[in-house]
Write a protein that binds this ligand. Structure first.
Ligand code: GLN
Length: 294
């Protein structure tokens, strides 16, 4: 069979299975199997594909038909212009989360100390360190299997770079702030934020295959916002900032939590669809911090 024929076969199978972006997924899986790109398929659609690759492609299509996310099959996802490794232990990095990273980058200065709570694949922290100089990053997560992925991404994406720029990054297994030490200039977090009731309504790719611990935000979806907002003050320097990604209906609640915890200059940032996506605020200066930093 040729590229073109295989591609058509794949698109039809995935369409029949009810996959939303069937043609795109069929193409990406074919490219993955053949180690080619889109140009190759367009320019040489009549090229024969070896039987071995055809069989492998058929196997991947069968997995995708079961609604296993494409990214778990190819093992990667692009985020902030970087290719992150992913597997079933981590949430697949979302484009929405780039809004969070871009907002944090606007406030980051070289040499700052950053804490990433619920780091997962490490996509947020690694991107922040990749696009700055001399920052120190600490990424915490309760899941050891997720942290293995974060370590792999750190090696892959920052390996040489980080030494060159004298930045430091460190991942650690921790139940929320349990292992956090010292003060940070920025705390960033994309926590699990789906209401428990709503978990059942997620599309199969998410609900069946992405780690439930990375999705479940408790009864009202706000569990992590509550915990992290309340404790953040102990880990932020005076003037330090706390950034959250939020579900598009959570802005008011999260702003409220931050306000009651004494955060100042609280802002909401929208994503490209015009939905509320990020909330951030500043920890004010108080006597305690002034004394401890002197
Ligand atoms: N911080 C990771 C991400 O944004 C994981 C988030 C999570 O597990 N909820 O992809």
């Amino acid at each position: 069979m040729t590229y073109e024929e295989l591609y058509r076969w794949g698109s039809e199978r995935l369409t029949a299975a009810g996959i939303e972006e069937a043609a795109l997924d069929a193409r990406l899986l074919l490219e993955y199997i053949c180690g080619t790109d889109r140009n190759e398929l367009l320019a040489h659609g009549d090229r024969e594909v070896e039987n071995r690759k055809r069989t492998a492609y058929g196997e991947l299509l069968a997995e995708r038909e079961k609604r296993i996310p494409l990214q778990y099959l190819t093992g990667e996802q692009a985020f902030m212009g970087l290719e992150f490794r992913v597997n079933e232990a981590v949430l697949i990095p979302r484009q929405d989360t780039e809004i969070l990273v871009e907002e944090v980058l606007r406030h980051l200065h070289d040499g700052m100390r950053i804490l990433d709570m619920c780091t997962g694949s490490g996509c947020i922290l690694i991107s922040l360190l990749y696009y700055t100089n001399d920052c120190e990053g600490v990424g915490l997560d309760i899941s050891e299997t997720a942290l293995r992925v974060a370590e792999e991404n750190k090696e892959k994406l920052l390996g040489g770079k980080i030494q060159e720029r004298h930045g430091r990054i460190h991942f650690e297994q921790s139940n929320l702030f349990e292992k956090a030490v010292g003060l940070f200039d920025v705390i960033v977090c994309n926590p699990p934020y789906i209401r428990r009731e709503a978990l059942r309504t997620l599309m199969p790719e998410v609900g069946k295959y992405e780690p439930v611990d990375a999705l479940d935000g408790g009864e009202d979806g706000l569990f992590f916002y509550r915990e992290i907002t309340a404790r953040s003050k102990d880990f932020l320097c005076g003037g330090g900032k706390l950034f959250f990604e939020i579900g598009c209906e959570q802005a008011e609640d999260v702003c409220g939590l931050m306000k009651s915890a004494g955060f100042e200059a609280i802002n909401v940032v929208k994503d490209y669809s015009g939905l509320d996506r990020v909330v951030y605020g500043t920890r004010g200066f108080d006597l305690e911090t002034v004394i401890s930093t002197e």
